[in-house]
Design a protein around this ligand. Sequence first.
Ligand code: FE
Length: 215
Amino acid sequence: MPHDHDHPHDHDDHAPIVEDATPGYYEVMETALRELLIAKGLITAAEIRRQIEVLDSRTPALGAKVVARAWTDPDYRARLLADGRAAVEELGISVYDDTQLIVLENTETMHNLIVCTLCSCYPRPVLGLPPDWYKLKPYRARAVSEPRKVLEEFGTVLPEGMEIRVSDSTSLVRYLVLPRRPEGTAGWSEEALAALVTRDAMIGVVPVTLSQEAA
Ligand code: FE
């Protein structure tokens, strides 16, 4: 629906943003709790704003950088597998939420998949916010009960003999999948390798492939 205002670009292709007059239950609760904490002097509005900025600054590009470094530097890879948190902090990625980070390496015989069966625990410091499907019940339940079928729905068909290990995240322990480096990338720069690594590959629902870059 076209609407009148005085700047020139065309809005025909999307709906106008409409403020919902009545906030929902959780919105009211969040506002009340936030205002109370500020009024009691326990946190400041500036601290909240800063934390939201930190959360918004995290994207899968950070995880991709970690993966590319692990692929090109065997010593780094060893440190990453031994202590994920310390190794990502080495690259300047702060783990702000006091969680442990365990990096799970895919091999020729083992494929890792991560899930939070309870809610939406996710390695946010290195991947940002989880995709919607990660938070929904079908994925949370079926990743555990029929992982091979779930992977097939993502287009990932693993060889019969490949073991699939599903790791259930918690509020204290988060996982990141270290995917296999694709064939045909010998000699590639870290930047070029990082560009191949997708969010979904670091969740473990797809492999890293050369064609993803072009897709
Ligand atoms: Fe959770």
